[in-house]
Design a protein around this ligand. Structure first.
Ligand code: PAF
Length: 251
């Protein structure tokens, strides 16, 4: 049975009774098969599995994006139960931010590039909430999708920099059959936009250069925030209507 714990205190006292390794999947809910893959890996490799569902306001630079973030509690609970999650941590805002966000975690270099350049404060919000979640859950392993590759890399860096005692496990991006990366925001696409959206994956995998991919997407009606190659990966963020989609691939 999956227990639902609403405050850091409740989670902590439950956690003290658990034995063995703890696999942790932090999410903002609206779970899809990409999240399910994280849960399955956590279940396979740990004695105990914790899922967190918290739509973290400090990482939303656009209030409309926060307001429209999908909420699907019943389906999320069903997925957690089907995947034998032991506990869902589902805290309220004031329980997670008793200091009203006076304290935060900031990275000063990589977080200013790519998504960070277009979403001021976004990664401060992500790193701060993930640090809080790690401190409360005290996981052995935490699972993150490679779709948010920059986020995952920054979290790995935070764990190393602060000598945090856990392993960050990257999980490959799960895609629809047409190549579109699974994302909670995909449900906000209109049916026409949903048909256009796989062009993102096609453009970044088929183009010779990042500029060529950006031009292809612009010509197809996307508002492109960036297509950038960093090391051996190509990153993209582009908007269709009011939905912003991101993706990345190995090149
Ligand atoms: O990737 C997400 O869903 C969020 O950024 C995370 C890691 C749960 C932090 O709020």
């Amino acid at each position: 049975m999956t227990v639902v714990l609403r405050s850091p205190q409740e989670l902590r006292s439950w956690r003290k009774q658990q034995k063995g390794s703890v696999g942790f999947v932090p999410t903002m809910g609206a779970l899809h098969s990409g999240h399910e893959e994280l849960l399955k890996q956590a279940r396979r490799n740990n004695d105990v599995v914790v899922l967190s569902i918290f739509v973290n306001p400090t990482q939303f630079n656009d209030p409309k994006d926060l307001e429209k973030y999908p909420k699907t509690w019943d389906a999320d609970l069903a997925m957690a139960e089907a995947n034998k999650v032991d506990a869902i941590f589902y805290p309220r805002y004031d329980e997670m931010y008793p200091d009203s966000y006076r304290y935060k975690v900031t990275e000063n270099s990589y977080s200013n590039l790519l998504d960070g350049a277009h979403r001021p404060g976004h990664f401060d919000g992500v790193l701060s909430v993930v640090m809080k979640l790690f401190n409360v859950v005290a996981p052995t392993r935490a699972y993150f999708g490679e779709k948010d590759f920059q986020q995952m890399t920054l979290i790995q860096g935070m764990v190393e920099s602060f000598f945090m005692d856990l392993e960050v496990v990257p999980v490959p991006t799960v895609r629809e059959e047409d190549g579109l990366a699974k994302s909670s925001r995909n449900v906000r696409l209109t049916s026409t936009e949903r048909m256009q959206a796989p062009a993102i994956y096609k453009a970044i995998t088929e183009s010779q250069t990042a500029d060529e991919a950006a031009e292809r997407l612009t010509a197809q009606g996307f508002i492109v925030d960036y297509v950038t190659d960093v090391g051996t990966r190509r990153f993209v963020a582009a908007r269709l209507g009011d939905v912003r989609l991101i993706d990345n691939v190995q090149i």
